[in-house]
Write a protein that binds this ligand. Structure first.
Ligand code: KG4
Ligand code: ZN
Length: 377
């Protein structure tokens, strides 16, 4: 079975084409990503209208590149007037994309693809719409079923994916999932792919958002997470003590806005920041985040009797967070699953993995973006 997958939930436009065999081994035929991060950097965060425009500008050429790399780019087809009108309707809010689509894609022969997986949510709705409408137009053109995918489930599956066997392993459940990204900080009980229960979540800022805001306070560009992490590498611990919010609360919820505000007050109090001071603040901030995430995960692991811990979302790229959680899992005697480096942040391969697992819907389905779509009950 061949899956084409499309991701446009935030500021990366990504398309992958994968093949899965009867043993559920996954082979990547192409995996492309275009990041808009440098465009948004001037605004200090993702600007939704610009994200939408960029996705619409690059998604058709990106598909052509993906098909070419998979050996499936063949021109020479023609489109019926009826289909042309239906596609124009689907892409009526993305006029420029509709023109590109009818010129460059509608003239291709139908590629050997069995389903089209796409991110339906959560994410920025204007950005999501581009991927959804593009997937619907392709499904209609080639009569290929669709699979709506939850972006966060994609993050989880990319962490569980075993690069050595190129399979999703058969696991013992329950597994604790810690979802940490620009929009999420959640502890979720996983009883199988598709079966999730919320255990706790942030009451205010997401941890990635907090990294990005602290980065801004330290004069670093967006996205701030990797920048703060790099500074923290050379920082001394404990120089500027910061709080560990809710670390002793008797629930599994988080709060990061107090930590962010503490950094703001500290930065204001210190005035001009020397390079070493910035490094020391970054280090203490990262330590506070690690302490909170490890402590809450420890409680959650024992509360549900988890057999393993999986982390997903862009913040799972953070080396010290990974190390802290790995150590916890070693101490608790449970498995630890983290995405490989390239799969930590947004990508289309993770959407393909989820697309393998989920049920298809008809090519002509009408679909709504769901900016706040939850994976859990
Ligand atoms: O999952 P993701 O790529 O997009 C969302 O779905 O939100 O996550 C992006 C978030 C950003 O807040 C970014 O600063 C953060 O992940 N991030 C990191 C690191 N790499 C990315 N945060 C901390 N340390 C990192 N190394
Ligand atoms: Zn993400």
């Amino acid at each position: 079975m061949r899956i084409l997958s499309i991701e446009t939930s935030c500021d990366e436009t990504a398309i992958s084409i994968v093949e899965v065999d009867e043993d559920r081994r996954v082979t990547v035929l192409s995996d492309e990503i275009l990041s808009q991060a440098s465009l948004h950097a001037q605004y200090g965060g993702v600007f939704p209208a610009m994200a939408k425009r960029e996705h619409a500008r690059v998604i058709a050429p990106l598909l052509l590149l993906s098909l070419k790399q998979s050996g499936m780019l063949k021109a020479g087809a023609s489109i019926s007037l009826e289909k042309k009108e239906q596609i124009e309707k689907i892409l009526e809010r993305e006029q420029d994309l509709a023109i590109l689509f009818l010129k460059d894609i509608a003239t291709l022969e139908r590629p050997n693809i069995d389903r089209i997986a796409f991110t339906r949510g959560p994410g920025l709705e204007p950005a999501l719409w581009v991927g959804i409408n593009f997937a619907r137009a392709l499904a209609l053109l080639w009569d290929i079923p669709l699979v709506p995918v939850n972006h966060m489930e994609g993050h989880i599956l990319s962490a569980l994916f075993d690069a050595k066997t190129t399979k999703l392993p058969v696991l013992e459940y329950p597994i604790l999932a810690l979802l940490i990204s620009g929009g999420h900080t959640e502890l979720v009980r996983m009883d199988g792919i598709g079966t999730y229960t919320l255990l706790g979540e942030t009451q205010d800022d997401a941890v990635g958002e907090c990294f990005d805001k602290v980065a801004r306070m330290l004069g670093l560009p967006y996205p701030g997470g990797p920048e703060v992490a790099t500074l923290a590498l050379h920082g001394k611990p404990g120089i500027y003590p910061l709080p560990r919010p809710m670390i002793h609360s008797h629930n599994l919820d988080f709060s990061f806005s107090g930590l962010k505000t503490s950094v703001l007050y500290l930065v204001k109090k210190l005035g001009t920041l020397e390079e070493q001071t910035k490094k020391d603040i970054a280090r203490e901030f990262e330590d506070a985040v690690v302490d909170v995430l490890v402590s809450k995960s420890k409680v959650a692991l024992s509360r549900i009797g988890a057999k393993g811990l999986v982390i997903g979302g862009g913040v799972s790229a953070n080396v010290r967070i990974r190390e802290g959680l790995k150590k916890l899992c070693d101490e608790e005697g449970v498995d630890f699953f983290a995405p490989s480096k390239g799969l930590s942040t947004d990508n289309a391969f993770m959407i393909a993995l989820a697309g393998i697992e989920k049920n298809v819907i008809p090519p002509t389905s009408s679909i709504l973006a769901e900016g706040h779509w939850k994976i859990h009950s």
